[in-house]
Design a protein around this ligand. Structure first.
Ligand code: URP
Ligand code: ZN
Ligand code: ZN
Ligand code: ZN
Length: 484
């Protein structure tokens, strides 16, 4: 049954224009004036935009002795309520575990998804088995991204030699490495010292991870990727030091991408000094929230193009789970939520303040990541033939964010009390209206896995350049006899 979205203004990453959009069979089938269909959605006063893509979520993830509390049902409901129509989650093999086995575990959890999804595969250890399985992951399983943690020493962290080996394998396979860039050795050492000095509250989490920890690791990851001949994507870029490393690399022609989170853009380090332990602990995540100068740097990066994507790193723990760390901040499960609030918060603090144009908003919430992940224009576009993952965005709708009305399963919201203006009137997932203002019409299991082909134009260009500039033996005649 066809649906026409009428009377709205289409906003994409590069165009703003008035037209109707007709969808049928889950796809966009026509764009133009005066379209008709079996069903009509009124978009008067609204913008019709590609649904958001959040490339960084951790749903039902085993981590720090517990599981993140939003699963693929509540997490993807939260996404859709806020205009995000696709999430990319991380399959995390335990050290020593097969990548394929881990993928099966994530496949099983994701059957509950209400919106389309994909996975990044994490490299948490290194061996010939991992090397071999990476090929299967890329060529048979439709996953073209591999995540590396430079932090979480003793659990997920990989060392430079492992990262270099994995990055070289990514280059061969046309895959993109992702990096959590914090110097895990320094964090471990600073954490132990803080604890020994009696500094055991949530604020010590921030003290243990200064911006230099992130800047150093970001620079190191980028240089290692450059030597391996692959692009690199730095997740949750939170500070000027990391942004500066990305900016500098890009100016030299290195293909490095940076992903600020909506939390780092809008919440700052003062949250950790709150007298209420729960308030501070609920905001413990890595990297921690930073000061206003760092926030200004991230906003500038989005406007100028040196940072490309806004994500959430949605990894939600309840207050009870956060309390595992009473008396020892290193045991507070790291992570915050944001899936429902990313788009309204970014619109309110970005577009409504003039920091971002509407087109830049679409670019950083959807189109840029669709291109980076090689799913454009199926996702991230309003074009005939694209998936009808759409949001009809009402720039005048307002609400106050509250845990009481959220889809997330946890008992608080880090954006509690923030007034947002700019919310979905409708969200469509492959043509199905799944959100109509406050009414959720989602269906558990509607979401489908999105396969991603390897070898983007960027990977191809880099491997061509690497081949042309590869070390070559100099052929010589008349080599002198050995001096011995
Ligand atoms: O604190 C965070 N970011 N938790 C989720 C895991 C990660 O590092 O991305
Ligand atoms: Zn991380
Ligand atoms: Zn509070
Ligand atoms: Zn994460």
């Amino acid at each position: 049954m066809s649906t026409v979205i009428k009377n709205g203004t289409i906003v994409t990453a590069d165009l703003t224009y008035k037209a109707d959009v007709k969808v049928d069979g889950g796809r966009i089938v026509e764009i133009g004036p005066n379209l008709s269909g079996a069903e009509t959605l009124d978009a008067t006063g609204c913008y019709i935009m590609p649904g958001g893509i959040d490339p960084h979520t951790h749903l039902e993830m085993p981590f720090m002795g517990t599981y993140s509390s939003d699963d693929f049902d509540s997490g993807t409901r939260a996404a859709l309520a806020g205009g995000t129509t696709m999430v990319v989650d991380f399959a995390l093999p335990a050290p020593g575990q097969s990548l394929l086995e881990a993928l099966t575990m994530w496949d099983n959890k994701s059957t509950r998804a209400n919106c389309d999804y994909s996975f990044h595969m994490a490299i948490t250890w290194w061996s010939e088995q991992v090397f071999n399985e990476m090929k299967t992951i890329v060529e048979d399983k439709g996953i073209n991204t591999f995540k590396h943690f430079m932090a979480y020493k003793g659990s997920l962290m990989v060392n430079d030699d492992e990262m270099f080996a994995s990055f070289q394998r990514c280059a061969e396979l046309g895959a993109l490495p992702l990096v959590h860039a914090e110097n895990g050795d320094v964090v471990a050492s600073m954490s132990a010292k803080l604890l020994a000095e009696g500094n055991n509250g949530p604020e010590a989490h921030a003290y243990s991870r200064p911006a230099e920890v992130e800047g150093e690791a970001t620079n190191r990851a980028i240089m290692i990727a450059d030597m391996a001949g692959c692009p690199v994507y730095i997740v949750h870029t939170s500070c000027e030091q990391a942004h500066e490393a990305i900016r500098r690399a890009r100016q030299k022609g290195i293909r490095a991408y940076g992903e600020p989170l909506i939390q780092h853009l809008t919440l700052d380090e003062t949250e950790y000094f709150d007298k209420d332990w729960d308030h501070a602990a609920r905001r413990v995540m890595s990297p921690p929230f930073r000061n206003k100068q760092h926030q200004d740097s991230l906003w500038a990066g989005l406007a100028s193009g040196s940072l490309q994507v806004v994500a959430t790193d949605h990894c939600a723990f309840t207050t009870d789970q956060k309390r595992y760390g009473v008396g020892d901040f290193t045991k507070i499960p790291n992570g915050t939520g944001g899936l429902q609030d990313r788009m309204p918060m970014l619109w309110t603090y970005g577009v409504n303040t003039g920091r971002l144009t509407m087109n830049e908003f679409v670019a950083v919430t959807s189109t840029n990541i669709a291109k980076i992940l090689n799913i454009y224009p199926r996702k991230g576009a309003i074009l005939v033939g694209a998936d009808a993952d759409l949001v009809v965005w009402d720039p005048k709708r307002s609400k106050t964010i509250s845990a009481k009305t959220q889809q997330s399963a946890i008992d608080y919201n880090v954006f509690e009390g923030k007034q947002v203006t700019g919310l979905p009137r409708y969200t469509l997932s492959r043509g199905v209206v799944v959100v109509e203002e406050e009414t959720m019409k989602t269906r558990e299991g509607h979401g489908e896995f999105v396969k991603r082909e390897p070898v983007t134009a960027v990977s191809r260009a880099l491997s061509t350049w690497k081949e042309i500039t590869a070390p070559r033996k100099v052929e010589r005649s008349g080599i002198p006899a050995s001096g011995v």
